[in-house]
Design a protein around this ligand. Structure first.
Ligand SMILES: Cc1ncc(COP(=O)(O)O)c(C=O)c1O
Length: 448
């Protein structure tokens, strides 16, 4: 890349060189690091993002699935602007927090009570701590490969690899961060997604110490393959029998139906962590669920089992943005975006056939992910990309970014916004075809 490619990115390069002097690695979130350097935004509107060098791209990543209405939606911008005239954060409550709570509780009968925080990581962390506070048990169980943010316990085995993931009957607890205490590893039971027998064996072996089983119903890093109903029901029934909580991470998947991916299944989680789209483009998280369990947060109880605060929790700017975004994300909008994603998948499957490449698509609702696989991968070990395969994916994503002007999620996934219409889907299809043809030989090398 560079001048030879006739692509101008001098301004981004200059800014990156400045950034490196003051920000570790030049970025505050590794997600935005790209080869050869991050690109910086001048303007973003709807589904189009223009960088400071004047390149305009269609955005299929939408800030890692958090912008359900694309960039700068005019109704959200107006609502936020009006709120800002009245202050951005107080050491007092605000009516909009209550209104937004009412809206979400009305959306899901499972949400008897709710609390707002500032990120998905914080929501998952608070939910796990609430499960421990309620049950008095220390351990959690989570799926191998699943991403749940960066809380020590939640991130175990998120990037397990063949050399350290261990026996499938008893997967190792593999820490992500150097220095993670042994005790953290010991308190996380790692199970293989969509594998009933092995998972129930593992739960059974730890039943007296488990506080909760943590499930993402369409886990992105596990492969974005929707959890199989039989597997989920088996876990649900096991938790009911053993008085262990079933808690969902719907930070990403809440978009899948009007009331989250949980409404695709005949189970009722005890608590759910939310984030991303419910912030309307601002930092957010929430924990929602059973009133009795959630009472561990309650400051009016004689014993507050989980004292819980947060300087910017439920700040009125996030609350008004989130409330407005979720009002706009009504049943019709959910239907429309899901249909648009269906059209995209259909068209791209045709492109895959035309290009004669072994690529499968997983996902649900308005999100989907591509794999160099003949069949959809059902769990993390089937999804796992070796460093060599990963390099081809990064090359292909760079090609789509630089030459086709598309922004995809770095796992090779798309998260739609309601602003994506047929014209954008056609561009995506054509570009995918071009990219798959270009990298066909490399893709064939990794097809399983
Ligand atoms: C399933 C899931 N849970 C939790 C998180 C953490 O959310 P946040 O980045 O807002 O901390 C993410 C973020 O991508 C996620 O995908």
């Amino acid at each position: 890349m560079g001048k030879a490619d006739n692509i101008n990115y001098e301004s981004s390069l200059k800014l990156y060189n400045r950034a490196k002097k003051v920000i570790t690695g030049g970025v505050s979130r590794n997600t935005i690091f790209r080869r050869p350097h991050p690109f910086y935004v001048a303007q973003a509107k709807g589904s189009y993002v223009t960088d400071i060098d004047g390149n305009t791209r269609i955005d299929f990543a939408n800030n890692m699935a958090s912008l359900i209405h694309g960039h700068s939606h005019p109704v959200i911008v107006d609502a936020v602007t009006e709120q800002m005239q009245n202050g951005t954060a107080y050491t007092l409550g605000s009516e909009v927090e209550v209104e937004f709570g009412e809206l979400l509780v009305e959306r899901n009968k499972e949400f008897e009570k709710i609390r707002f925080v500032n990120s998905g990581t914080e929501a998952v962390m608070s939910m796990i701590k609430a499960a421990r506070a309620y049950t008095g048990n220390p351990k959690i169980a989570k799926a191998e490969g699943a991403y749940h943010g960066t809380y020590d316990f939640a991130e175990i085995s998120q990037i397990a690899e063949p050399h350290n993931w261990g026996d499938i009957n008893q997967p190792n607890s593999v820490p992500v961060t150097y220095g993670t205490p042994e005790s953290v590893k010991q308190d996380v039971v790692v199970f293989p997604y969509n594998d009933i027998k092995r998972t129930l064996n593992l739960l059974e072996a730890n039943k007296d110490e488990l506080a909760c089983v943590l499930i993402d119903p369409v886990s992105h890093r596990v492969g974005m393959y929707p959890i199989e109903e039989e597997f989920l029901v088996a876990i649900y029934n096991w938790t009911r029998k053993n008085k262990v909580l079933l808690v969902f991470d719907e930070v990403v998947t809440y978009r899948v139906t009007y009331s989250g991916a949980q409404h695709l299944y005949p189970v009722k989680p005890d608590m759910t962590a939310l984030g991303k789209i419910i912030g309307g483009g601002f930092p957010v998280g929430a924990i929602a669920g059973d009133a009795e369990i959630m009472s561990v947060f309650d400051p009016t109880q004689k014993i507050i089992k989980q004292p819980h605060s947060g300087t910017f929790s439920a700040n009125p700017v996030t609350m008004i943005a989130g409330k407005t975004a979720m009002q706009l994300y009504d049943r019709q909008a959910v239907d429309d975006i899901n249909k648009m994603a269906e059209i995209a998948k259909h068209q791209i499957r045709e492109a895959i056939q035309l290009a004669h490449v072994p690529v499968s698509i997983t996902g649900a609702g308005s999100m989907f992910r591509f794999h160099f696989r003949y069949k959809q991968p059902r769990n993390y070990r089937e999804t796992y990309q070796s460093p060599e395969e990963r390099k081809v994916i990064v090359d292909l994503l760079d090609y789509l970014f630089i030459h086709e002007n598309l922004i995809l999620i770095n796992t090779f996934a798309c998260m739609f916004a309601t602003t994506i219409k047929q014209a954008e889907v056609d561009r995506l299809t054509q570009s995918m075809y071009n990219g798959l043809k270009k990298y066909k030989a490399a893709i064939l090398q990794f097809a399983k």
